[in-house]
Design a protein around this ligand. Structure first.
Ligand code: BYC
Length: 477
């Protein structure tokens, strides 16, 4: 393995692809299919723009990426694995202490393939969900950021496709083709996980998605980075480097919308949402409803609270917990228990279950801790403006379709509701058609003058890669 990537190669990589001509040919066969998918489903009307993009060129922490103008169809989607760690072992489950696997262990083949396919499926899905948004961008800075996220999701698809081709033979090649055939929201051939079939109709939804849903990506990738199957661990370790920027985009993007609204409200001394809307910014209750939606569909992505799949993934050493190796316990968990919530007699109760079966819930709880910190940051902007409003995370049972809360109605403050109560108040808690129409009315065209920002969002504090905020991040040619 080399640490620097040769960009003269047809498929840039640090996995010595040139030494395996069969694999190289198979991937070169997939490459034009990928380009066809990008042309059909990648960002709308973006082919000839020069975009100031980051491209990964190395897996060394220092200087791993370069920034330059690139036309997106010419972006070099490379295959990059973090360097191997000498003597690495399986760090958890019944195989703990054995050498990490460099080839797929036969008995775990189908579970591993399923994990890789599920991860891979989310990457093109998100590009499909966001493909129209460039047409209504609030600034060149934001336009460049969404394109950066999109090309890197494309690279993450390449990362999973490499694993499928390299380690899973014909099945892997078929799965790689299917990854380009499913479509977000398609009735007949949808993406695998629920949140990736939801529309991302506007920029508030995009920022909520990158804040909440990309962060699920971080937690899932971190768990897979602990895998005893070393190529998966190394792939995910490098993907996490790129993922950090995606969450930054969401965190600061939603934060700038909140900040702008709070500033306009304070300056004009208004709190009534209709008056706030009249001033061309997004009222805080609407932001709260978007938050409720994206948070709840993202919580579903962690799977059922009690899951034998999750127990098997862990016991066999394929998928660890968040920061597994830094945790202080036996890493086997056969004796431990974990509390999960459920609904019994129209009340919420906690039940201790074997910790092995509750690993999805544990990861979800780790995730919740981190998103709370982000929402606290947004609230500081509201506090600074002296407004008596606070964004809150709804109860984790709210609006859930997977796991113990599915089929129940839980209010944001954690009460079990009847169908009638839920139907009566649903619109207070989740975005309505009217909310979506209002937000879209603010985003009818794109703002592309140098250094200009749409009225509904505050400018960022700094630009990208030390460039000024009014830098020409995208040239339209
Ligand atoms: N929607 O035991 P269960 C990212 C299915 S995001 C629909 O509950 P398990 C990114 C499940 O597949 C991170 N179906 O769950 C972010 C299973 O179906 P089958 C993506 C769902 O298996 C932004 C059945 O229900 N990575 O990277 O323990 C932009 C029962 O399964 C859902 C991963 O997810 C749902 N929400 O765990 C770009 C990591 N939830 O197989 C990218 C890999 C569950 O019986 N995946 N089901 O037909 C996994 O670790 C696991 O598959 C899951 C589910 C955690 C997702």
């Amino acid at each position: 393995m080399t640490s620097t990537v040769n960009y003269g190669d047809k498929i840039p990589n640090n996995v010595d692809l040139g030494r395996d001509s069969v694999l190289q040919r198979a991937l070169e066969h997939w490459q034009p299919q990928y380009m066809g998918w990008w042309s059909d489903m990648g960002p709308t009307e973006s082919r000839i723009h020069d975009v100031y993009l980051r491209t990964a060129i190395s897996v060394e922490p220092e200087g791993w990426a370069v920034f330059d103008y690139v036309k997106m169809p010419e972006y070099r989607w490379g295959i990059l694995l973090a360097p191997p760690q000498a003597g690495r072992e399986v760090n958890f489950g019944v195989n703990k202490g054995r050498p990490a696997w460099n080839e797929v262990p036969g008995e775990h083949r189908s579970a591993l393939r399923r994990l890789i396919v599920t991860q891979g499926d989310t990457e093109p899905a998100s590009v499909e969900q966001q493909r129209m948004l460039g047409m209504s961008c609030p600034s060149l800075y934001d336009l460049r950021n969404i394109y950066q996220v999109n090309v890197e999701e494309g690279r993450h698809l390449w990362a999973m496709v490499y694993l499928l081709h390299r380690y899973f033979g014909r099945d892997g090649r078929e799965e790689a083709e299917a990854l380009l055939e499913r479509r977000s929201g398609d009735e007949d051939n949808p993406r695998i996980l629920g949140a990736f079939n939801e529309p991302t109709p506007d920029w508030l939804a995009f920022y909520m998605f990158t804040f909440f849903t990309d962060r699920d990506g971080k937690f899932q990738l971190a768990s897979l980075a602990e895998s005893g199957f070393d190529p998966l661990a190394r792939t995910c370790r490098f993907m996490l480097t790129e993922e950090a920027h995606h969450m930054f985009v969401g965190d600061t993007g939603a934060g700038r919308i909140v900040q702008r609204t709070a500033e306009v409200m304070a300056r004009n001394r208004i709190e009534n949402p209709d008056q706030v809307r009249d001033l061309g910014v997004i009222d805080l209750p609407t932001i709260q409803r978007y938050l409720n939606f994206h948070y709840s569909v993202t919580l579903d992505l962690f799977g059922s609270d009690v899951s034998s799949n999750a127990a098997n993934f862990f016991a066999s050493g394929l998928k660890g917990r968040y920061r597994e190796t830094a945790l202080h316990d036996d890493h086997v968990l056969t004796e431990a228990t974990y509390a999960v919530s459920e609904v019994a007699d129209a009340r919420l109760i906690d039940r201790e279950v074997p910790a092995l079966s509750a690993l999805n819930e544990r990861l979800r709880d780790d995730y919740i801790g981190e998103v709370q910190a982000g929402v606290d940051r947004w609230n500081r902007a509201i506090e600074r403006s002296g407004l008596p409003f606070k964004l809150t995370l709804p109860h984790k049972g709210f609006n859930r379709a997977i796991g113990n809360f599915a089929g129940h109605h839980i209010s944001p403050d954690g009460r079990v509701l009847t169908d009638d109560e839920w139907n009566g108040r649903r619109r207070e808690w989740l975005p309505s058609e009217k909310d979506y129409a209002f937000v879209q009315s603010l985003m009818s065209g794109r703002v592309v003058e140098l250094g200009k920002f749409a009225n509904w969002i505050a400018p960022p504090r700094t630009g990208i890669n030390n460039k000024p905020i009014d830098f020409e991040y995208v040239r339209f040619n």
